[in-house]
Unconditional design. Sequence first.
Length: 343
Amino acid sequence: MSDRIDGLREVDQDQATAPDEHPRTDCPRGGSRTFVDGQGFTRLHFDGELRRLGSHWARFWAGCDPLSAADEVRARLDAAVAAWDLDGVEVLAGGVVALVCGARRHGEPVVVKVHPRVAGSEALRFEGDALTFWAHTGAVAGLYDRRDDGFTVLLERLMPGRRLEGVGLGVVECLSQMGRLAARLHSAGPPPADWDLPGPAPGPTACAHPVVRAALDRLGDADPRCHEALLHGDLHARNVLLHGTAWRVIDPHGQRGDRHAEVWPLLEASAAFPAQRSGDGRLAWTWVEAYAGAAEMDAERVAAWARLLARAQAYGYDARTQCDEEERAWAASLHRLADALSR
């Protein structure tokens, strides 16, 4: 089966190449927009978007001053708009890391994306490198240019830009489509040795949990099924958009590691996992087999990574002193998925 789909029904979707970062957030999924007037950005909505992003930056990176970071992002966007001769700039709300704007360059629709440049965010500068690395696969949005050591990128705007999550496909069909895209990305092989990329393993806090530590030890790189690749690291149905009649991937995080660790499609699908216990093991394995088969990966190793990363994510939320209802529900669904894949 190809990565093209015919006869798509019309859906009410934001048609921008916008959302970045992981799905369990309190940010809206729509596309609130504001335009520039030729002299500068309409400050009310623009500054509001930076304040919203700053609240996430302060959570993601200890010691981050969101006000200073916002000033620096704003200045870099102004410089990029001038340097790339952009007009009709619009803020595309919905992400939780980068400031993302739609624009036109010489009449062509584009996306400009400005990542925060703070201590701890260094890996974000590899987005453009990843898109260039995968360009020959035809599976990603195109990179037109970059500035600021890669922290500011000018991208192809995918049209019509409908998200995979919104075209009426079932979970198995979505997982199969993302598996085919993962196989195309991974076919490019491992990233260059001098790229300072993180691995797919969870952070030190999660790794300190004995369940997570034991699972990591069992997944050692000595396993002959371990094939290093450049991983997307945030592959889910809101980061897969329709361009013409073909699906394309956006917003890579960029990781170096075992390709079987590309399991965000399964973690994201856990939100649709039934609360009842009966038969959920069979359902979880149906999902794993659909995704792994399409991605040309070993299903057992995919399941092991899914169990590990689902537990790590869930333990992270469990350890928080404050979680909202959506975050608690997300953690519970991750635990259910890990439980089901343990049977």
